[in-house]
Structure formats: structure tokens, C-alpha cells
Design a protein around this ligand. Structure first.
Ligand SMILES: [Ca+2]
Ligand SMILES: [Ca+2]
Length: 469
């Protein structure tokens, strides 16, 4: 009943978002909308026109102290992906597709599913907001939650209500016209209590990726939009696949997810190109004042690439990734092309350099006529097909207190199907996947509060908390 009520409450916002989205992280393709956009969503309107890219800008990266974003040719050709369709959320039951031999099909998932599904529900925290892409906390003991709005606001959720004054408003520089563009995530410095610093990842008015440092007044939770110091820009050849996740690792380094730049099939081969920052997880040190960032000497050398920021590669659009706060393990949810959504894994203690396969492989399968050779590639720990969704939304390993049965379980969802799943490694080392619940939402992201409780973000502008039933 609770879920039914929630669905009714978000109909309008879902309709609004369905038009522009296709899946925030997806890669999902341009399909003619089947519903009419409410007039009140002027900035979230059109899907990219289906034109064929002509001269995509070369993806390059520049480290800049304080300057304005680099300029690129007015471009951003539209996406050209073909077979992914924008669909309204479906409620199809999960069927676990057989995995390849690298990850044998779980054998006890039914048991896990029953145990978990009886204990978990979603409680609505707030709705009716602008399109949301992320939620996080500042680690400062205040209990405040920060809601990231696609158009360039960061809102403060305090005492169960959203404050009228935003934490940050950078709508003047965020470009969010395409479904995967906008303010995509923020991350507070691990030393926020002393350095008042946080970082943002957005696409600018030209569609290029900008990663910036800002400062805030911590007591009032108000950030100065003029405090922006751009630390990294990445030219984007296409509007989609912009990555967008920032996370500080347990090592204090800032990890950045970048998409392959976009279009479909990675036409520039950025994922496998260690001389491009696209299609990667980057790892940089932003702890030193007075310079944009430094590259940790411990980053892996990759074929003598000069781009030492690269930590891992072969990714398509790692829209969301996170670290297990207890173990330091890294979970990367990489949005698939036409067939498979996948969860990638990097154990704590990794020295980096993993090649997650794109665009040689999609999930466990060869892609684009490539040979089946898996040598040197890191396979996913799990994949699912179009019967279960169309755009994976990575979450977190649960380490809160409210749901002890989920301790150590990785939670994730799919933007299109709204299913929320659990994934955990059994004592025999095999990964077990189970359907936790059907949210009925367009899950754009998960978020954690300081205590490790988990929130589910609907792109339509609502936040739910995962709770015991
Ligand atoms: Ca792009
Ligand atoms: Ca892969």
C-alpha cells in the first residue's frame, strides 16, 4: 500500500522526467516521447535531435588553477544509440540470466530474496522537488543531507524538510538540457570541518565536464558560488555518457567517474585509450592547498600514458560508484550498451589499472565483433539483461544500523525498471543477487547519510529512505 501511494504521488514528476531522461545515466537512446511535457518544465525539455555526429571534438583534459572552462567547438552532437528504448518503469519480475563461467549463477538467491524482501520498505522523506541526481552528507555531525539538483542547485534537507535557501546555486553555469547533463554529484572534503571545501562535477553550458572546488560556511550551510575554483575540465564530444560521480576513497583521494564521452558503442574508443580521460575512474589528490590537484605517485603506469590521473579504465558510463565504508572495496555500476548492465568490483588494496573491458566487451560478452579474448580484462561480478532494466544505478554497501540483516550487502537499482536489488558475496566467494523490492521509481541515485543509512533518489524530485518494514 505504501508503494502504491508513492506511485500515485509521483505521477506528474515521472511524466516530466520521462521525457528528458531516457535514463539519466544511460546511454539510452533518443526515442520519440509518448507523453506531452508539462509546460512547467522549460529547462528540462527536449531530447537531443537525432543527428549524426560530424566532427566530434577531441576529448582532452586540462588542469586549470582558477580559469574558466576550456572552450570547444559548439558541438555536442546528439546521441546515436539505437536499440535502447526509453520506457516507462516496468514491474517485471527479475529473472536471473545465466552468467558466464567467470561468475556462476547464484544458487541460493531465492532464500536471500525472501529473507530480505520481508524486512525492507521505502519511506518517503520529501517529494515535489526539482529533478535530483544525488544525495550526500558533509560528515560534520549536523545530520544535514545535501540534495543535488540536476539544474545546478544543491538543497539542504534538515529536520525532515528542505530549506528554502539552497546550499549552492550554480544554475548560471550548469548546462542540463540533455538527459545526462547537469550537476551530477558533489563530494565533501574528508577535512570539511577544517577546510570548508567541497567538490562538484557538472556539465557546463557547452556540455563539457567541469570538476570544481568550492568553499562553504559550515555553520549556516551556505556555499559561495563565487568561490569556484575549477580543477579539471574534460571536453565532451557528445551529450551523453558524462560519468559524474565524485567519491573520496578511504585513502583520502578523490575518485572521479568519467563516461566514454557518449554516442553509442564508444566511436572514439575512449574506454580503451589510456591517453584519454574518458571512460575511466580517475584518482587525484586534492588535499594540498594552492594547487588544483596532484597525481598520487601510486597511480598505475598505463602504457606510459601521460595521463597519470587514470586509476581504472574500460568503462562506458560509470554513473555511480561507491566504496564500502567498512572494507574499502569499490563497487562500480557501469551502464551498458544494448544488452547488459553490469556491476564491477575492485577489492580494497587494489593498486589500480583494472581494465573493465568496454568497448571490447559488454558485460561478459564480446562486443562489436571483438574476439572473445578476456586476458587482461576484469569481468563484472554481475550483469543483467533487458528483461530486468535498461540503465543500472549503482548504490552502496549497507553499513547502517536500521537494517542489520543488510549489513555488508551492496544495494543497487535500475533507472528504468525501478527494481532494487541486493548483491553480496557468499562465503564460497560467489556473488548472490536478489530482488529486494520494486520501487516503482526512476531511481537516479542512492545516497548515504553520515550514519550509513541509505536513501533512494527519484529523478522526478523525491527522496525515500530505506527502512525496516
Ligand atoms: Ca558526453
Ligand atoms: Ca565491463
Amino acid at each position: 500500500m505504501a508503494i502504491k501511494m508513492r506511485k500515485a504521488g509521483i505521477v506528474t514528476s515521472v511524466l516530466t522526467s520521462v521525457l528528458m531522461l531516457l535514463a539519466v545515466a544511460c546511454g539510452a537512446s533518443s526515442t520519440t516521447p509518448t507523453v506531452t511535457p508539462p509546460a512547467a518544465a522549460p529547462t528540462q525539455t527536449t531530447l537531443p535531435p537525432q543527428t549524426t555526429p560530424t566532427q566530434p571534438a577531441q576529448a582532452t583534459a586540462t588542469a586549470m588553477p582558477t580559469a574558466a572552462p576550456t572552450t570547444v567547438p559548439e558541438a555536442a552532437p546528439a546521441t546515436a544509440e539505437s536499440t535502447e528504448a526509453a520506457t516507462t518503469p516496468t514491474q517485471t519480475a527479475e529473472t536471473i540470466a545465466p552468467q558466464d563461467t567467470a561468475a556462476p549463477a547464484p544458487t541460493e538467491q531465492q532464500t536471500v530474496e525472501q529473507t530480505v524482501s520481508q524486512t525492507v520498505t521505502l519511506l518517503k522523506v520529501v517529494d515535489g522537488l526539482e529533478p535530483l541526481t544525488y544525495l550526500t552528507h558533509a560528515g560534520d555531525g549536523t545530520g544535514r543531507l545535501y540534495l543535488v539538483g540536476k539544474q545546478g542547485h544543491v538543497l539542504v534537507l534538515e529536520g525532515g524538510a528542505v530549506r528554502s535557501q539552497p546550499f549552492l546555486d550554480i544554475t548560471d553555469r550548469v548546462g542540463s538540457s540533455a538527459s545526462e547533463q547537469g550537476l551530477l554529484s558533489i563530494a565533501f572534503s574528508p577535512q570539511y570541518a577544517s577546510d570548508n571545501t567541497f567538490f562538484v562535477d557538472y556539465t557546463d553550458k557547452k556540455g563539457d565536464t567541469v570538476i570544481s572546488r568550492f568553499t562553504a560556511a559550515r555553520d549556516t550551510a551556505i556555499a559561495d558560488p563565487n568561490s569556484e575554483s575549477i580543477i579539471l575540465t574534460i571536453d565532451q564530444p557528445y551529450p551523453n555518457h558524462n560519468g559524474g560521480q565524485l567519491q573520496f576513497g578511504p585513502d583520502g583521494m578523490l575518485y572521479i567517474g568519467t563516461g566514454d564521452g557518449g554516442s553509442g558503442g564508444d566511436p572514439q574508443n575512449n574506454g580503451q585509450n589510456v591517453n584519454s580521460l574518458l571512460g575511466k575512474i580517475l584518482r587525484i589528490d586534492v588535499s594540498q592547498a594552492g594547487q588544483p590537484y596532484t597525481v598520487p605517485a601510486s597511480n598505475p603506469p598505463l602504457n606510459n600514458s601521460n595521463l597519470r590521473e587514470i586509476w581504472a579504465y574500460g568503462l562506458r558510463n560509470p554513473w555511480r560508484f561507491s566504496f564500502d565504508r567498512a572494507t574499502g572495496d569499490l563497487y562500480i555500476a557501469d551502464v551498458g550498451q544494448n544488452k547488459y548492465e553490469e556491476i564491477d568490483f575492485q577489492p580494497a588494496g587494489s593498486t589500480g589499472g583494472e581494465n573493465y573491458g568496454w568497448n571490447l566487451r559488454e558485460g561478459f560478452e564480446p562486443y562489436g565483433g571483438n574476439a572473445a579474448d578476456e586476458s587482461g580484462l576484469t569481468a563484472p561480478i554481475y550483469q543483467y539483461g533487458r528483461d530486468a532494466g535498461c540503465s543500472v544505478t549503482g548504490g552502496y554497501v549497507y553499513r547502517g544500523k536500521a537494517l542489520p540483516s543488510l549489513d555488508g550487502v551492496y544495494l543497487y537499482s535500475d533507472y528504468c525498471s525501478g527494481h532494487i536489488w541486493s548483491l553480496q558475496r557468499a562465503t564460497d566467494g560467489q556473488w548472490q543477487n536478489a530482488l529486494l523490492l520494486d520501487s516503482g521509481l526512476n531511481v537516479s541515485s542512492f545516497g548515504e547519510d553520515e550514519a550509513g543509512e541509505i536513501y533512494v533518489i527519484d529523478l522526478g524530485g523525491a527522496v525515500y529512505q530505506l527502512a525496516a518494514e
